[in-house]
Structures are given as structure tokens and as C-alpha cells.
Design a protein around this ligand. Structure first.
Ligand SMILES: [Zn+2]
Length: 239
């Protein structure tokens, strides 16, 4: 970069300082939006480094599943929860991409996700997607796909029913609420592929299971793995 370029960059950083997307402290532009203190304090699970882990145990009785992992444990009222709310409800979709890349780098380093062909975000219903303007899981999936060298596919699987938000429902209702809400548009695209399903927060796993079953019913020759950025609720309490 030229001397003038350096001066302009320094001036810009004084006027518009980069802030950590988690704690809000000013950070150097080289740390991709998350300060060292937050990077060191994130409650990661490390599950991506173990084929058998509590997330896989949660899903393996429900349908044939390959690899499973959640990046970190979601705790209410901490700065990581605020960061997730920011990308979910306040248009900060770039945070989802940043976290996806960080998680993706971990998945790549683990060696368990190197044969993934397609990364598929859990789709939102088009009405919810239109209202929000984007699907945050698509950005997490895009970050992961870039890091593990797989293809992002956000169009083959569709959510056909706009089921009500799961957050305030009883656990039993969450499972009956998600029956048959996903369809696969072109099953041939998924044949013999290893698919990585991506969601933002794992709570009961009902929505993810429904999506995985729709894919496996439409394309029995594919394999399905699952990752979520965070794990919350009763499942997280048991970890
Ligand atoms: Zn921070």
C-alpha cells in the first residue's frame, strides 16, 4: 500500500474505528471483527474434533447422521447472545459470515469435514425471509463453505410451511410443529453427496431433524452431517 493509502487508512480507522462484534471494544482491522479477549473467552465445545460427541448422540437415534457439532455454548444474557441477536434480528448479517468463517476454519482443522460436497443452510419460509431481508444461516453456511472448500446450496431445499416461532413453545409441541415443513426441489442435485446442514442455534433439534429427514427421504443415497453455531437450552445445560 502507498504512503497516501496508509495515511487514509489510519485516518479512516480514527474516524470509523473497527469495533469487536461481540464486546464492542475498538480492535485492529487485522482481527476480522473479533477481539483477542473475546476469541479467548468464547465457550467453545471442541466437538468438531470428536466423531462421537453429545450433539451426535442427540441426533443419531432420530435419523442416519454422519458428523455433528456445535461451535459454542449459548448462555443467556452474555455478549455472545447479543452478537447472535444482532445478526438474527438487527441486520448485522456480516457477523454471521464472520462467525461462519471462524467455525469453518475449525471444521477444516478437525479433518472430519473435508469430504463435504454441499453446505445447505436450514431455509426460512419465503415470507419470513422477505420480512427479515435475509436468512442468517445462509451467511453462516457461506462462511463455512468458503473455509472447507465446499459448495453453498441455498436453493434446493425449501421451507413450504411458515410454522410459528419455536422459541416460546413447549418441547413436545416443537416436534409436532415441524412435521413436513421442508421439500426438496431437485433431488438429483443431492444424489451421492455428503451434505452439511447448517443452523444458527440448536435447541431441541426438531427443525433440523425435519429438514434432514426430508432430504434423506428424497435422496436416500446422500449422507447428512449437521453443524450449528451455538447449542442452547436443556441440551446445553447437560454439557
Ligand atoms: Zn471483544
Amino acid at each position: 500500500m502507498s504512503i497516501l493509502g496508509n495515511i487514509l487508512r489510519d485516518l479512516t480507522s480514527v474516524i470509523f474505528p473497527n469495533r469487536c462484534i461481540v464486546c464492542g471494544e475498538t480492535v485492529d482491522s487485522s482481527v476480522h471483527g473479533i477481539c483477542l479477549s473475546c476469541r479467548l473467552s468464547i465457550p467453545t465445545t471442541g466437538f468438531c474434533y470428536r466423531h462421537q460427541n453429545p450433539i451426535r448422540e442427540h441426533f443419531e437415534g432420530l435419523f442416519p447422521v454422519d458428523e455433528c457439532s456445535s461451535f459454542f455454548i449459548f448462555k443467556a444474557d452474555d455478549s455472545w447472545q447479543r452478537m447472535i441477536h444482532n445478526f438474527k434480528y438487527h441486520d448485522k448479517w456480516g457477523y454471521a459470515l464472520t462467525m461462519g468463517r471462524w467455525f469453518g476454519a475449525e471444521l477444516r482443522a478437525s479433518g472430519h469435514y473435508n469430504d463435504i460436497d454441499l453446505v445447505i443452510p436450514i431455509p426460512l419460509h419465503w415470507r419470513k425471509s422477505l420480512k427479515r431481508g435475509y436468512n442468517q444461516s445462509t451467511y453462516i453456511a457461506e462462511g463455512i463453505a468458503r473455509e472447507i472448500g465446499a459448495k453453498l446450496d441455498s436453493s434446493t431445499v425449501r421451507r413450504t410451511k411458515n410454522n410459528p416461532s419455536q422459541t416460546r413453545q413447549h418441547v413436545k409441541d416443537r416436534w409436532s410443529n415441524v412435521d413436513d415443513i421442508f421439500t426438496v426441489r431437485d433431488a438429483t442435485k443431492l444424489e451421492n453427496k455428503h451434505i452439511l446442514l447448517v443452523d444458527d442455534v440448536l435447541t431441541t433439534g426438531a427443525t433440523i431433524s425435519s429438514c434432514a429427514r426430508a432430504i434423506l427421504n428424497a435422496t436416500p443415497t446422500c449422507r447428512v452431517s449437521i453443524v450449528t453455531l451455538a447449542v442452547a437450552g436443556e441440551l446445553a445445560k447437560r454439557l
